[in-house]
Design a protein around this ligand. Structure first.
Ligand SMILES: *Cc1c(COP(=O)(O)O)cnc(C)c1O
Length: 369
């Protein structure tokens, strides 16, 4: 089976895990502090970095750190992983699904504008398929309407926006390092922000709200006498996961090259097929996490089945969230609904071989012939 996505880990990660195990300190400690510093250096940002246990935790904590709660609404594109929606409801706030631009899968700001209310406090744009090109428009809109921007950058670690790496600038940026993302900790995430107040809250609420505990944990101690001001969570990263992430970060250029080659091959070979519509995004800027394309004329499910028979795994990124029972809206979102029925993601990970890629391309061509 050619897998849709897959982590790429090897002896370096094994050695790092075994080094941490030998130190017999597995909690949040010096590896986490180093991982945060190395993330900051990689992105070349003046922002602060907080490592956490998942991308979902990163989003949830960011909302809480902005004082967003059950009195508030958050604008979010319907086309995203359910994690974005669950993070919003975890904070108590109500997710307000917005439509997308059908060419890119990115949130449609004109639609978002229609959904503003007196309760709207934030917008959570998703860098769908690693693309952050339209973030300028989001910030313009947010500024005009006094909204916080919490970027769901789960797809775009290592992508560029406006000549800078994603995370270099912006309000609050959340990454995911789960098992199949651009780099992995096994499970993990990170938050970047330049807002000192938000940062200081985040550091405490990722670890049960124990004030000042992060600094002590970095030197392998902990607090016995402390104050707690806020609801906190056990959303910190352990040294084991951080050690793994540090090794992955060293390999990122090679991951990026390999993903780029697959993407170039797909684009070159599939762009002329009539029944397919590629996304209109600037692949050049991206560290491409997924490769979704639209299958026109209601052929998507047939193509998926055909590829499955040829041992090729594909996926749907994503079903529209506003159609799920928990998040159902009274209004329709036309583009999201079309997108949800047409979108199909092809295999993309660093370990695909030339033979795999050719098999995917030839199978798609033979389907349309
Ligand atoms: C993976 C993902 C998340 C959640 O990250 P986890 O680390 O899996 O919790 C959120 N949003 C999007 C778009 C994702 O792809």
């Amino acid at each position: 089976m050619i897998k849709l996505s897959k982590s790429s880990v090897g002896k370096e990660e094994k050695a790092a895990l075994s080094r941490v195990i030998s130190n017999s300190y597995l909690g949040m400690g010096p590896e986490v502090e180093l991982f945060e510093k190395e993330l900051k250096d990689y992105i070349k940002t003046s922002k602060k970095v907080i490592a956490v246990s998942s991308g979902t935790a990163a989003l949830h904590l960011s909302l809480q750190a902005c004082d967003i709660n059950s009195n508030h609404e958050v604008l979010v594109p319907s086309i995203t992983y359910v994690a974005s929606f669950q993070a919003i409801t975890a904070s108590g706030a109500t997710p307000v699904p917005c439509d997308i631009d059908i060419d890119t899968g990115f949130i449609d700001i004109l639609d978002a504008k229609k959904r503003l209310s007196s309760k709207t406090r934030a917008i959570m744009p998703v860098h769908y398929a690693s693309n952050a090109d339209q973030m300028g428009k989001v910030y313009e809109f947010a500024k005009k309407n006094n909204l916080r921007v919490i970027e769901d950058a789960a797809h775009s670690f290592g992508s560029y926006f406006d000549k800078y790496m994603v995370g270099h600038k912006g309000d609050i940026i959340c990454f995911s390092f789960d098992g199949i993302k651009n780099i992995t900790c096994g499970e993990g995430g990170a938050i970047l922000t330049g807002d000192k107040k938000v940062f200081s809250k985040l550091r405490d609420i990722r670890l049960l709200g124990v004030k000042g505990d992060s600094a002590r944990r970095y030197s392998k101690t902990r607090s016995w006498q402390f104050d707690v001001e806020e609801q906190g969570w056990r959303y910190h990263l352990s040294d084991l996961f951080a050690a793994m992430g540090r090794e992955q970060l060293k390999k990122i250029d090679s991951f990026k090259d390999k993903r780029k080659k697959v993407v170039e091959s797909y684009i070159y070979n599939l762009k002329k097929i009539d029944g397919l519509q590629l996304l209109k995004i600037n692949y050049e800027n991206n560290h491409q996490h997924i490769f979704p394309l639209r299958v026109l004329n209601k052929q998507r499910d047939k193509l998926k089945k055909y590829l499955e028979e040829k041992s090729i795994q594909t996926g749907f990124h994503y079903q529209p969230n506003h159609l799920l029972s928990k998040f159902k809206t009274k209004y329709r979102l036309k583009n999201s609904e079309i997108f949800g029925e047409e979108i199909l993601s092809l295999p993309l990970h660093p370990e695909l071989t030339k033979k795999d890629i050719n098999h995917v391309i030839n199978s798609i061509k033979s389907f349309f012939d």
